[in-house]
Write a protein that binds this ligand. Sequence first.
Ligand code: AMP
Length: 188
Amino acid sequence: MLRCYNVGVSVLNELMDDLKRLIRQVPDFPKPGILFYDITTLLKDRTGLKTVIDAFRDRYRDAQVDMVLGIEARGFIFAPAVAYALGVGFVPVRKPNKLPAATERVEYTLEYGTDALEVHKDAIEPGQKVLVVDDVLATGGTAAAVCQLVERLGGRVVGVGFVVELDFLHGRSKLAGYDVFSLIQYPQ
Ligand code: AMP
């Protein structure tokens, strides 16, 4: 079980090391050659999820976020909890043909395939400040596509936050110009 933290910049490194121990690395999933960073082992820890959400709350509490947007599927685990902690609304970005009302769609490239994502056209009001949250920053294709969606609807991306960042895939380069944050980094 994790120790309890009052998260500040000074303890972030220590926090990262403790959280890292809770993440399971699964080779060859979902296909050969991919090392999968499994956050379910962090989620089941008594204080793992709380520590992550508290850290996000502390990072963004002064960012005047209007809306937290989560990416299907694993973004749905963290983003609504971050929205709750910040006291703002949550917007789901879903796989194609899941949302019932009029949608805006974007196509993107994954580390292991291609896909598309959709959001309701009326989910974000022009000028709203949006925080995008997902579990893992890999190549950055998904998050960059979602930022495009937000901007097409007139929203302003005030932050893009991840639990895990795979530094060696250089996902940040696709998110140049955005405020990108991750709690745990894997250099290689
Ligand atoms: P990307 O667009 O390459 O940044 O991929 C990001 C999305 O794919 C995230 O939503 C992750 O959930 C998932 N993902 C990509 N690579 C991995 C990985 N090696 N381990 C766990 N999840 C991953």
